[in-house]
Ligand binder design. Structure first.
Ligand SMILES: Cc1cc2nc3c(=O)[nH]c(=O)nc-3n(C[C@H](O)[C@H](O)[C@H](O)COP(=O)(O)OP(=O)(O)OC[C@H]3O[C@@H](n4cnc5c(N)ncnc54)[C@H](O)[C@@H]3O)c2cc1C
Length: 418
Protein backbone atom coordinates (compact mmCIF):
# COMPACT_ATOMS: atom_id res chain seq x y z
CA UNK A 1 0.00 0.00 0.00
CA UNK A 2 1.15 3.53 -0.77
CA UNK A 3 1.29 5.14 2.67
CA UNK A 4 1.36 8.73 1.47
CA UNK A 5 -1.55 8.27 -0.91
CA UNK A 6 -3.81 6.70 1.67
CA UNK A 7 -3.53 9.39 4.34
CA UNK A 8 -3.57 8.87 8.06
CA UNK A 9 -5.69 6.57 10.20
CA UNK A 10 -6.70 8.00 13.58
CA UNK A 11 -7.71 5.52 16.29
CA UNK A 12 -9.43 6.93 19.39
CA UNK A 13 -8.98 4.80 22.53
CA UNK A 14 -5.97 2.78 23.59
CA UNK A 15 -7.89 -0.11 25.12
CA UNK A 16 -8.19 -3.67 23.84
CA UNK A 17 -9.81 -2.94 20.49
CA UNK A 18 -7.97 0.33 19.78
CA UNK A 19 -4.51 -1.11 20.42
CA UNK A 20 -5.09 -4.15 18.22
CA UNK A 21 -6.68 -2.13 15.44
CA UNK A 22 -3.84 0.42 15.43
CA UNK A 23 -1.15 -2.28 15.42
CA UNK A 24 -2.82 -4.41 12.74
CA UNK A 25 -3.62 -1.56 10.39
CA UNK A 26 -0.05 -0.28 10.71
CA UNK A 27 1.22 -3.80 9.99
CA UNK A 28 -0.90 -3.73 6.84
CA UNK A 29 0.77 -0.50 5.75
CA UNK A 30 -1.34 2.33 7.15
CA UNK A 31 0.11 5.39 8.87
CA UNK A 32 -1.60 5.36 12.24
CA UNK A 33 -2.00 7.65 15.24
CA UNK A 34 -3.52 6.18 18.40
CA UNK A 35 -5.04 8.55 20.98
CA UNK A 36 -5.47 7.56 24.62
CA UNK A 37 -6.78 9.95 27.24
CA UNK A 38 -4.97 8.20 30.10
CA UNK A 39 -1.28 8.37 30.93
CA UNK A 40 -0.95 4.73 29.84
CA UNK A 41 -2.56 2.20 27.53
CA UNK A 42 -4.98 -0.59 28.45
CA UNK A 43 -6.11 0.42 31.94
CA UNK A 44 -9.23 -1.74 31.75
CA UNK A 45 -7.40 -4.60 30.09
CA UNK A 46 -5.12 -4.63 33.11
CA UNK A 47 -8.12 -5.38 35.38
CA UNK A 48 -9.61 -8.11 33.22
CA UNK A 49 -9.98 -11.64 34.52
CA UNK A 50 -9.09 -10.43 38.03
CA UNK A 51 -5.72 -9.27 36.73
CA UNK A 52 -5.16 -12.45 34.71
CA UNK A 53 -6.99 -11.44 31.50
CA UNK A 54 -9.36 -14.03 30.12
CA UNK A 55 -8.45 -13.00 26.59
CA UNK A 56 -10.80 -15.27 24.67
CA UNK A 57 -12.76 -18.51 24.89
CA UNK A 58 -11.73 -21.74 23.19
CA UNK A 59 -15.31 -22.83 22.41
CA UNK A 60 -16.11 -24.10 18.91
CA UNK A 61 -16.92 -21.10 16.78
CA UNK A 62 -20.58 -22.14 16.40
CA UNK A 63 -21.00 -22.46 20.17
CA UNK A 64 -19.27 -19.13 20.49
CA UNK A 65 -22.20 -17.35 18.90
CA UNK A 66 -24.60 -18.73 21.55
CA UNK A 67 -22.71 -16.74 24.18
CA UNK A 68 -23.21 -13.47 22.34
CA UNK A 69 -26.55 -11.92 23.28
CA UNK A 70 -26.69 -8.66 21.42
CA UNK A 71 -25.24 -8.58 17.92
CA UNK A 72 -24.89 -12.32 17.29
CA UNK A 73 -25.65 -12.04 13.60
CA UNK A 74 -23.68 -8.83 13.26
CA UNK A 75 -20.58 -10.63 14.61
CA UNK A 76 -20.60 -13.46 12.02
CA UNK A 77 -18.34 -11.85 9.49
CA UNK A 78 -15.77 -10.34 11.85
CA UNK A 79 -15.63 -13.41 14.09
CA UNK A 80 -14.98 -15.70 11.13
CA UNK A 81 -12.47 -13.12 9.85
CA UNK A 82 -10.53 -13.06 13.14
CA UNK A 83 -11.62 -15.96 15.32
CA UNK A 84 -10.78 -17.05 18.85
CA UNK A 85 -8.08 -19.28 17.31
CA UNK A 86 -6.63 -16.26 15.51
CA UNK A 87 -6.50 -14.41 18.84
CA UNK A 88 -4.54 -17.23 20.44
CA UNK A 89 -2.18 -17.45 17.43
CA UNK A 90 -1.66 -13.68 17.43
CA UNK A 91 -0.48 -13.68 21.04
CA UNK A 92 1.37 -17.02 20.90
CA UNK A 93 3.33 -15.89 17.83
CA UNK A 94 4.45 -12.86 19.81
CA UNK A 95 5.70 -14.95 22.73
CA UNK A 96 2.64 -14.89 25.01
CA UNK A 97 1.84 -18.49 25.87
CA UNK A 98 -1.74 -19.25 26.74
CA UNK A 99 -3.62 -21.95 28.60
CA UNK A 100 -7.23 -23.11 28.53
CA UNK A 101 -9.03 -23.31 31.86
CA UNK A 102 -12.50 -24.24 33.16
CA UNK A 103 -15.29 -23.29 30.77
CA UNK A 104 -12.81 -23.02 27.85
CA UNK A 105 -11.53 -19.72 29.21
CA UNK A 106 -8.15 -18.78 27.72
CA UNK A 107 -5.59 -16.98 29.93
CA UNK A 108 -1.90 -16.09 29.54
CA UNK A 109 0.20 -18.87 31.08
CA UNK A 110 2.04 -16.22 33.06
CA UNK A 111 -1.25 -15.30 34.77
CA UNK A 112 -0.60 -11.62 34.11
CA UNK A 113 -2.86 -9.28 32.13
CA UNK A 114 0.10 -6.90 31.93
CA UNK A 115 1.73 -9.38 29.53
CA UNK A 116 -1.17 -8.97 27.10
CA UNK A 117 -0.76 -5.20 27.25
CA UNK A 118 3.00 -5.64 26.76
CA UNK A 119 2.54 -7.64 23.55
CA UNK A 120 0.16 -5.04 22.14
CA UNK A 121 2.37 -2.09 23.18
CA UNK A 122 5.46 -3.70 21.65
CA UNK A 123 3.52 -4.31 18.46
CA UNK A 124 2.51 -0.64 18.31
CA UNK A 125 6.14 0.41 18.65
CA UNK A 126 7.39 -2.15 16.12
CA UNK A 127 4.86 -1.12 13.52
CA UNK A 128 5.60 2.57 14.01
CA UNK A 129 2.25 3.70 15.41
CA UNK A 130 2.31 7.27 16.71
CA UNK A 131 0.89 6.84 20.24
CA UNK A 132 -0.48 10.00 21.86
CA UNK A 133 -1.09 9.50 25.56
CA UNK A 134 -2.89 12.04 27.78
CA UNK A 135 -4.84 13.10 24.70
CA UNK A 136 -8.60 13.13 25.09
CA UNK A 137 -10.52 13.45 21.85
CA UNK A 138 -13.54 15.68 22.09
CA UNK A 139 -15.03 15.95 18.64
CA UNK A 140 -15.11 14.51 15.15
CA UNK A 141 -14.32 16.75 12.19
CA UNK A 142 -16.91 16.00 9.54
CA UNK A 143 -16.68 17.73 6.15
CA UNK A 144 -19.12 17.05 3.29
CA UNK A 145 -20.45 13.87 4.92
CA UNK A 146 -17.03 12.37 5.49
CA UNK A 147 -14.79 12.20 8.50
CA UNK A 148 -11.78 14.41 8.05
CA UNK A 149 -10.18 14.22 11.49
CA UNK A 150 -10.56 14.97 15.15
CA UNK A 151 -10.35 17.75 17.68
CA UNK A 152 -8.78 17.07 21.06
CA UNK A 153 -9.69 18.57 24.40
CA UNK A 154 -7.21 21.42 23.97
CA UNK A 155 -8.72 22.36 20.64
CA UNK A 156 -5.91 20.91 18.53
CA UNK A 157 -7.05 19.53 15.18
CA UNK A 158 -5.77 16.20 13.92
CA UNK A 159 -6.29 15.57 10.23
CA UNK A 160 -6.94 12.03 9.03
CA UNK A 161 -8.63 10.13 6.23
CA UNK A 162 -10.12 7.47 8.44
CA UNK A 163 -11.20 7.61 12.07
CA UNK A 164 -11.79 4.56 14.25
CA UNK A 165 -13.74 5.06 17.49
CA UNK A 166 -12.60 2.52 20.11
CA UNK A 167 -13.58 4.38 23.27
CA UNK A 168 -15.30 1.48 25.08
CA UNK A 169 -18.54 1.73 27.04
CA UNK A 170 -19.52 3.25 30.37
CA UNK A 171 -18.49 0.55 32.82
CA UNK A 172 -15.60 1.05 35.25
CA UNK A 173 -15.39 4.73 34.22
CA UNK A 174 -12.21 5.19 36.27
CA UNK A 175 -10.40 3.25 33.54
CA UNK A 176 -11.24 6.00 31.04
CA UNK A 177 -14.44 4.71 29.44
CA UNK A 178 -16.92 7.47 30.23
CA UNK A 179 -19.02 7.30 27.09
CA UNK A 180 -17.25 9.87 24.88
CA UNK A 181 -17.68 7.57 21.89
CA UNK A 182 -21.46 7.46 22.32
CA UNK A 183 -21.60 11.24 22.31
CA UNK A 184 -19.40 11.49 19.21
CA UNK A 185 -21.51 8.84 17.46
CA UNK A 186 -24.70 10.80 18.14
CA UNK A 187 -23.10 14.02 16.93
CA UNK A 188 -22.25 12.20 13.69
CA UNK A 189 -25.91 11.26 13.26
CA UNK A 190 -25.76 7.72 14.67
CA UNK A 191 -28.36 6.19 16.97
CA UNK A 192 -27.17 4.96 20.35
CA UNK A 193 -29.49 2.31 21.82
CA UNK A 194 -30.47 2.35 25.52
CA UNK A 195 -27.36 1.94 27.70
CA UNK A 196 -27.55 -0.37 30.73
CA UNK A 197 -24.94 -1.92 33.01
CA UNK A 198 -24.28 -5.56 32.06
CA UNK A 199 -22.71 -8.47 33.97
CA UNK A 200 -23.64 -6.62 37.13
CA UNK A 201 -25.13 -7.55 40.56
CA UNK A 202 -28.72 -6.78 41.65
CA UNK A 203 -30.06 -4.57 44.44
CA UNK A 204 -32.89 -6.38 46.26
CA UNK A 205 -35.84 -4.84 48.09
CA UNK A 206 -36.10 -7.28 50.99
CA UNK A 207 -35.14 -6.00 54.41
CA UNK A 208 -33.61 -9.39 55.34
CA UNK A 209 -30.84 -8.94 52.78
CA UNK A 210 -28.18 -7.09 54.83
CA UNK A 211 -28.28 -9.94 57.36
CA UNK A 212 -27.43 -12.43 54.60
CA UNK A 213 -24.28 -10.53 53.55
CA UNK A 214 -21.45 -12.94 52.78
CA UNK A 215 -23.75 -15.94 52.34
CA UNK A 216 -22.61 -18.02 49.40
CA UNK A 217 -24.95 -20.62 47.93
CA UNK A 218 -23.69 -23.29 45.52
CA UNK A 219 -25.79 -25.67 43.36
CA UNK A 220 -28.78 -23.41 43.64
CA UNK A 221 -31.60 -23.09 41.15
CA UNK A 222 -32.67 -19.60 40.16
CA UNK A 223 -35.75 -18.45 38.29
CA UNK A 224 -36.52 -14.82 37.54
CA UNK A 225 -40.17 -14.00 36.96
CA UNK A 226 -42.03 -10.96 35.70
CA UNK A 227 -45.42 -11.67 37.31
CA UNK A 228 -46.07 -15.26 36.21
CA UNK A 229 -43.80 -15.08 33.20
CA UNK A 230 -40.48 -16.90 33.51
CA UNK A 231 -37.69 -14.78 32.06
CA UNK A 232 -34.64 -16.68 33.25
CA UNK A 233 -33.84 -20.13 34.60
CA UNK A 234 -30.39 -21.21 35.70
CA UNK A 235 -28.40 -23.21 38.19
CA UNK A 236 -25.16 -22.39 39.95
CA UNK A 237 -23.58 -20.09 42.46
CA UNK A 238 -25.02 -17.04 44.24
CA UNK A 239 -23.53 -14.60 46.70
CA UNK A 240 -25.44 -12.23 49.00
CA UNK A 241 -23.95 -8.79 49.56
CA UNK A 242 -24.86 -5.81 51.76
CA UNK A 243 -27.17 -4.46 49.02
CA UNK A 244 -28.50 -7.58 47.37
CA UNK A 245 -27.20 -10.46 45.35
CA UNK A 246 -24.28 -11.24 43.05
CA UNK A 247 -22.37 -14.32 41.85
CA UNK A 248 -22.00 -15.91 38.41
CA UNK A 249 -25.71 -16.79 38.02
CA UNK A 250 -26.81 -13.23 38.70
CA UNK A 251 -24.18 -11.72 36.40
CA UNK A 252 -25.37 -14.04 33.62
CA UNK A 253 -29.01 -13.11 34.25
CA UNK A 254 -28.11 -9.40 34.12
CA UNK A 255 -26.71 -9.98 30.63
CA UNK A 256 -29.30 -12.42 29.25
CA UNK A 257 -32.58 -10.73 30.20
CA UNK A 258 -33.97 -8.10 27.83
CA UNK A 259 -32.83 -4.65 28.94
CA UNK A 260 -36.44 -3.43 29.40
CA UNK A 261 -37.13 -6.26 31.89
CA UNK A 262 -35.14 -4.42 34.54
CA UNK A 263 -37.73 -1.63 34.57
CA UNK A 264 -40.36 -4.09 35.83
CA UNK A 265 -41.29 -5.70 39.17
CA UNK A 266 -39.16 -8.84 38.95
CA UNK A 267 -38.98 -11.61 41.53
CA UNK A 268 -36.13 -14.04 42.12
CA UNK A 269 -37.03 -17.59 43.09
CA UNK A 270 -34.29 -19.71 44.66
CA UNK A 271 -34.45 -23.48 44.79
CA UNK A 272 -32.15 -24.37 47.70
CA UNK A 273 -32.46 -28.13 47.16
CA UNK A 274 -32.70 -28.43 43.43
CA UNK A 275 -31.41 -32.02 43.42
CA UNK A 276 -34.51 -33.17 45.34
CA UNK A 277 -38.11 -33.30 44.17
CA UNK A 278 -40.75 -31.85 46.53
CA UNK A 279 -41.63 -35.39 47.58
CA UNK A 280 -38.00 -36.39 48.23
CA UNK A 281 -37.45 -33.19 50.15
CA UNK A 282 -40.51 -33.84 52.30
CA UNK A 283 -39.21 -37.33 53.13
CA UNK A 284 -35.85 -35.81 54.05
CA UNK A 285 -37.55 -33.20 56.29
CA UNK A 286 -39.69 -35.88 57.89
CA UNK A 287 -36.56 -37.89 58.72
CA UNK A 288 -34.71 -34.84 60.03
CA UNK A 289 -37.62 -33.77 62.25
CA UNK A 290 -37.98 -37.28 63.63
CA UNK A 291 -34.27 -37.50 64.44
CA UNK A 292 -34.48 -34.06 66.12
CA UNK A 293 -37.92 -34.48 67.66
CA UNK A 294 -36.94 -33.10 71.07
CA UNK A 295 -35.05 -30.12 69.56
CA UNK A 296 -36.43 -26.67 68.81
CA UNK A 297 -37.27 -26.13 65.13
CA UNK A 298 -34.58 -23.41 64.81
CA UNK A 299 -31.94 -25.81 66.15
CA UNK A 300 -32.79 -28.62 63.75
CA UNK A 301 -31.81 -26.94 60.51
CA UNK A 302 -28.01 -26.81 60.53
CA UNK A 303 -27.68 -29.79 58.19
CA UNK A 304 -30.10 -28.23 55.72
CA UNK A 305 -28.78 -24.68 55.41
CA UNK A 306 -25.74 -22.51 56.14
CA UNK A 307 -26.19 -20.84 59.56
CA UNK A 308 -26.64 -17.34 58.06
CA UNK A 309 -29.75 -18.48 56.25
CA UNK A 310 -31.50 -20.19 59.18
CA UNK A 311 -33.12 -17.10 60.81
CA UNK A 312 -34.71 -16.09 57.49
CA UNK A 313 -35.97 -19.61 56.78
CA UNK A 314 -37.47 -19.82 60.27
CA UNK A 315 -39.09 -16.40 59.91
CA UNK A 316 -40.60 -17.18 56.51
CA UNK A 317 -41.74 -20.68 57.52
CA UNK A 318 -44.39 -19.33 59.91
CA UNK A 319 -43.35 -22.03 62.40
CA UNK A 320 -42.36 -20.67 65.84
CA UNK A 321 -38.60 -21.00 66.30
CA UNK A 322 -38.94 -22.66 69.70
CA UNK A 323 -41.54 -25.21 68.63
CA UNK A 324 -40.35 -28.80 69.16
CA UNK A 325 -39.82 -30.64 65.88
CA UNK A 326 -42.19 -33.38 67.04
CA UNK A 327 -44.97 -30.76 67.10
CA UNK A 328 -44.58 -29.73 63.44
CA UNK A 329 -47.55 -30.94 61.42
CA UNK A 330 -47.32 -32.65 58.02
CA UNK A 331 -49.00 -29.60 56.41
CA UNK A 332 -46.44 -27.25 57.99
CA UNK A 333 -43.62 -29.51 56.86
CA UNK A 334 -44.94 -29.55 53.29
CA UNK A 335 -45.25 -25.78 53.33
CA UNK A 336 -41.68 -25.52 54.62
CA UNK A 337 -40.52 -27.79 51.78
CA UNK A 338 -42.19 -25.46 49.29
CA UNK A 339 -40.37 -22.51 50.85
CA UNK A 340 -37.03 -24.30 50.48
CA UNK A 341 -37.74 -24.90 46.81
CA UNK A 342 -39.05 -21.39 46.22
CA UNK A 343 -37.35 -18.81 48.40
CA UNK A 344 -38.38 -15.48 46.92
CA UNK A 345 -36.71 -12.06 46.81
CA UNK A 346 -37.82 -8.86 45.10
CA UNK A 347 -35.57 -7.19 42.54
CA UNK A 348 -35.03 -3.48 43.08
CA UNK A 349 -32.51 -2.41 40.41
CA UNK A 350 -29.26 -3.20 38.71
CA UNK A 351 -26.08 -1.98 40.40
CA UNK A 352 -24.38 0.94 38.67
CA UNK A 353 -21.91 1.17 35.77
CA UNK A 354 -19.13 1.57 38.37
CA UNK A 355 -19.53 -2.15 39.14
CA UNK A 356 -20.60 -3.46 35.74
CA UNK A 357 -18.19 -5.58 33.72
CA UNK A 358 -19.69 -4.38 30.45
CA UNK A 359 -22.14 -1.91 28.93
CA UNK A 360 -25.24 -3.21 27.19
CA UNK A 361 -26.38 -1.05 24.30
CA UNK A 362 -24.31 1.20 22.08
CA UNK A 363 -24.02 2.34 18.50
CA UNK A 364 -26.97 0.88 16.54
CA UNK A 365 -25.69 -2.07 14.50
CA UNK A 366 -27.99 -1.44 11.53
CA UNK A 367 -25.93 1.69 10.90
CA UNK A 368 -22.61 -0.21 10.77
CA UNK A 369 -21.19 -2.39 7.99
CA UNK A 370 -20.48 -5.75 9.75
CA UNK A 371 -17.48 -6.84 7.67
CA UNK A 372 -15.58 -3.54 8.02
CA UNK A 373 -17.15 -1.75 11.04
CA UNK A 374 -17.62 1.29 8.76
CA UNK A 375 -20.35 3.79 9.49
CA UNK A 376 -23.13 3.72 6.92
CA UNK A 377 -23.82 7.38 7.75
CA UNK A 378 -20.42 9.11 7.64
CA UNK A 379 -17.70 8.02 5.21
CA UNK A 380 -14.30 7.28 6.74
CA UNK A 381 -15.76 6.64 10.22
CA UNK A 382 -15.53 3.27 12.02
CA UNK A 383 -16.66 1.89 15.40
CA UNK A 384 -15.12 -1.09 17.19
CA UNK A 385 -15.34 -2.85 20.57
CA UNK A 386 -17.72 -2.07 23.38
CA UNK A 387 -18.94 1.23 21.91
CA UNK A 388 -21.02 -0.96 19.57
CA UNK A 389 -24.33 -2.51 20.68
CA UNK A 390 -22.73 -5.96 21.02
CA UNK A 391 -22.38 -7.87 24.28
CA UNK A 392 -21.77 -11.35 25.56
CA UNK A 393 -21.47 -13.54 28.63
CA UNK A 394 -18.37 -13.78 30.80
CA UNK A 395 -15.70 -16.22 29.66
CA UNK A 396 -13.51 -14.19 27.29
CA UNK A 397 -16.29 -13.48 24.77
CA UNK A 398 -16.33 -9.73 25.28
CA UNK A 399 -12.63 -9.35 24.63
CA UNK A 400 -12.99 -11.54 21.54
CA UNK A 401 -15.64 -9.09 20.30
CA UNK A 402 -13.07 -6.32 20.80
CA UNK A 403 -10.34 -8.27 18.91
CA UNK A 404 -12.59 -9.38 16.02
CA UNK A 405 -14.17 -5.99 15.38
CA UNK A 406 -10.69 -4.39 15.65
CA UNK A 407 -9.23 -6.75 13.06
CA UNK A 408 -12.13 -6.16 10.65
CA UNK A 409 -11.68 -2.39 10.88
CA UNK A 410 -7.88 -2.67 10.63
CA UNK A 411 -8.13 -4.43 7.28
CA UNK A 412 -10.68 -1.95 6.03
CA UNK A 413 -8.81 1.22 7.04
CA UNK A 414 -5.55 -0.15 5.66
CA UNK A 415 -7.31 -0.94 2.40
CA UNK A 416 -6.36 -4.62 2.59
CA UNK A 417 -8.04 -7.29 0.53
CA UNK A 418 -10.48 -9.64 2.33
C1 LIG B 1 -13.29 -5.59 35.88
C2 LIG B 1 -13.46 -6.08 34.49
C3 LIG B 1 -13.01 -7.34 34.14
C4 LIG B 1 -13.20 -7.82 32.84
N1 LIG B 1 -12.69 -9.05 32.53
C5 LIG B 1 -12.86 -9.52 31.26
C6 LIG B 1 -12.28 -10.77 30.88
O1 LIG B 1 -11.53 -11.40 31.66
N2 LIG B 1 -12.54 -11.23 29.63
C7 LIG B 1 -13.31 -10.52 28.73
O2 LIG B 1 -13.52 -11.01 27.61
N3 LIG B 1 -13.80 -9.31 29.05
C8 LIG B 1 -13.58 -8.79 30.27
N4 LIG B 1 -14.06 -7.54 30.58
C9 LIG B 1 -14.69 -6.74 29.49
C10 LIG B 1 -13.60 -6.14 28.61
O3 LIG B 1 -12.62 -5.53 29.41
C11 LIG B 1 -14.17 -5.12 27.64
O4 LIG B 1 -15.21 -5.72 26.92
C12 LIG B 1 -13.10 -4.61 26.67
O5 LIG B 1 -12.05 -4.00 27.40
C13 LIG B 1 -13.68 -3.63 25.67
O6 LIG B 1 -12.64 -3.16 24.88
P1 LIG B 1 -12.71 -1.72 24.21
O7 LIG B 1 -11.44 -1.55 23.46
O8 LIG B 1 -13.97 -1.57 23.47
O9 LIG B 1 -12.78 -0.69 25.41
P2 LIG B 1 -11.75 -0.38 26.59
O10 LIG B 1 -10.86 -1.52 26.82
O11 LIG B 1 -12.58 0.14 27.71
O12 LIG B 1 -10.86 0.80 26.01
C14 LIG B 1 -11.36 2.09 25.72
C15 LIG B 1 -10.21 3.07 25.82
O13 LIG B 1 -10.59 4.31 25.23
C16 LIG B 1 -10.07 5.37 26.01
N5 LIG B 1 -10.88 6.56 25.75
C17 LIG B 1 -12.20 6.74 26.05
N6 LIG B 1 -12.61 7.94 25.61
C18 LIG B 1 -11.54 8.54 25.03
C19 LIG B 1 -11.35 9.78 24.39
N7 LIG B 1 -12.32 10.68 24.29
N8 LIG B 1 -10.12 10.08 23.89
C20 LIG B 1 -9.09 9.19 24.00
N9 LIG B 1 -9.22 8.00 24.60
C21 LIG B 1 -10.43 7.66 25.10
C22 LIG B 1 -10.20 4.85 27.43
O14 LIG B 1 -9.35 5.56 28.32
C23 LIG B 1 -9.82 3.39 27.26
O15 LIG B 1 -8.42 3.17 27.43
C24 LIG B 1 -13.86 -7.02 31.87
C25 LIG B 1 -14.31 -5.75 32.21
C26 LIG B 1 -14.11 -5.28 33.50
C27 LIG B 1 -14.60 -3.90 33.85
Amino acid sequence: MDKEKNGRVLVVGGGASGMLCAAMSAALGARVTLFERNEKLGKKLFLTGKGRCNLTNAAEINDFFDSIHSGRKFMYSSLYGFSNEDTVSFFEERGLHTQVERGNRVFPKSGRSSDVIKVLSQELTKKGVDVRLNTRIKKLLIEDGRCAGLVDRNGRKWKGEKVVIATGGLSYPLTGSTGDGFRMAEEAGHTVTALKPGLVPFNLKDRAVPKLMGLSLKNTGLKILDGDKELFKGFGELLFTHFGISGPLILTASEVLPKEAFERELTLHLDLKSALSEKELDERLKRDFEENKTKFFKNSLSRLFPSKLIPLMVERSGIEEDRKCSQISAAERLKFGKLIKDLTFRFRSLRSFEEAVITRGGVELKEIEPSTMASKIVKGLYFIGEVLDVDAETGGFNLQIAWSTAAAAARAVAGAEF
